[in-house]
Design a protein around this ligand. Structure first.
Ligand code: ATP
Length: 342
């Protein structure tokens, strides 16, 4: 059963947190909602979860209304699981007690044995077997987040809502937990709606990414689509960290402003054509000492292991360039930037 978000607007007083948002989320899909702080990600998630009602528009599941200004199916009847940024664990409850907690409601018709089996299964799924009797104070950050995940999936929800679930974890653990969340997605088959402001998280895990800005949808597409073909200036800089080269489009050619340089490039999205912008990702540029291309000076060099990151100044413009280690350029050197032929 797909989930339809239809023309959802949410106002808090005079402030519009969501502005006419519409999209369809397929059953079993992993959708990441990506955007900067305050763009309305959590508000959209809370409306899907039933914690907020829309000011206008509706959320439907299989044709039936879940949320609208007049109707709101209660949270406990929506068959959803939630995982928050803070682990939301109680210090006096063990791992097993936490995981079994959602099954303790009067609405749950499982026998005691079935509840124990469901909790065991959830605990095993998240890799916590053996730690059932531990209290939160005896767990690492990653293990605490696993408890929160197990608690969210124990009642076999058809929709899992995750609000920045990895942001409290350190960098290495974050990467490991991404894989865990992907596994949980595969094992449970649940629809996952995952809020994040981290573009690498969204690109790594999601089937589709919804990019939001100031309460509106900027772009919706697969990771490859939003990364390789951003449709707006915001999507280009926020997701792909693109350089926005200024100039003029002429069919499949782009003439760089103030330089005698022409790039051949795919016909750009309308916004880029109108504004005279060619978005070029840092890894799409190549640096040469030989003349030809955008002339500039290296003003910064950073070693990043596999890549070297350069900042190049050309007049008033600054470009980011990521290269391999084959050739090293020095700060202060005059170089030429060319776009790789795709
Ligand atoms: P973050 O990444 O910082 O969590 P977000 O994209 O999830 O941000 P929301 O929490 O959805 O943003 O908030 C969107 C806007 O709505 C913000 O400007 C926020 O201050 C405002 N907002 C959210 N909830 C309320 C509320 N209950 N009352 C008034 N304003 C609110």
């Amino acid at each position: 059963m797909s989930l339809s978000i239809e023309h959802v607007t949410k106002k808090f007083g005079d402030f519009t947190a969501l502005n006419n948002v519409s999209l369809e989320i397929q059953d079993g899909e992993f959708l990441a909602i990506l955007g900067p702080s305050g763009c309305g990600k959590t508000t959209l998630l809370r409306i899907v979860g039933g914690f907020e009602t829309p000011t206008e528009g509706s959320v439907k599941r299989g044709g039936g209304i879940l949320s609208s200004p007049k109707e709101n199916v209660p949270v406990e009847k929506r068959n959803i699981g939630m995982v928050f940024q803070s682990f939301a664990l109680w210090p006096h409850m063990t791992v097993r007690e936490h995981v079994q907690f959602p099954l303790n409601s009067r609405r749950c018709t499982m026998s005691k044995k079935e509840k124990q089996e469901a909790a065991d299964q959830a605990i095993t799924t998240v890799g916590l077997a053996g730690l059932e009797k531990r209290y939160p104070g005896e767990l690492s950050g990653g293990q605490k987040q696993r408890v929160a995940l197990a608690r969210a999936i124990v009642a076999k929800p058809s929709i899992l809502l995750m609000d920045e679930p990895l942001s409290a974890l350190d960098a290495e653990l974050k990467i490991n937990m991404r894989q865990e969340i992907q596994n949980i997605h595969k094992l449970t088959g649940a629809t996952i709606i995952y809020v994040t402001h981290d573009q690498s998280e969204a690109l790594a895990m999601a089937d589709r990414i919804l990019i939001m800005k100031e309460g509106k949808i900027e772009q919706l597409g697969t990771p490859r689509e939003v990364y390789c073909s951003p449709q707006t200036e915001f999507a280009a800089t926020f997701v792909s960290k693109c350089n926005l080269v200024r100039g003029k489009w002429n069919g499949n050619e782009f003439h760089v402003r103030d330089q005698d340089v022409v790039f051949s490039a795919e016909p750009a999205a309308e916004e880029f054509l109108l504004k005279g912008i060619c978005p070029i990702r840092p890894e799409e540029f190549e640096i040469f000492r030989e003349k030809g291309g955008i002339c500039g000076n290296i003003v910064n060099r950073q070693y990043n292991g596999r890549e070297i990151h350069y900042t190049v100044q050309s007049g008033d413009d600054f470009y980011k360039v990521y290269t391999g280690q084959e050739r090293l350029y020095c700060e202060g050197e005059t170089i030429y930037l060319r776009k790789k032929v795709s």
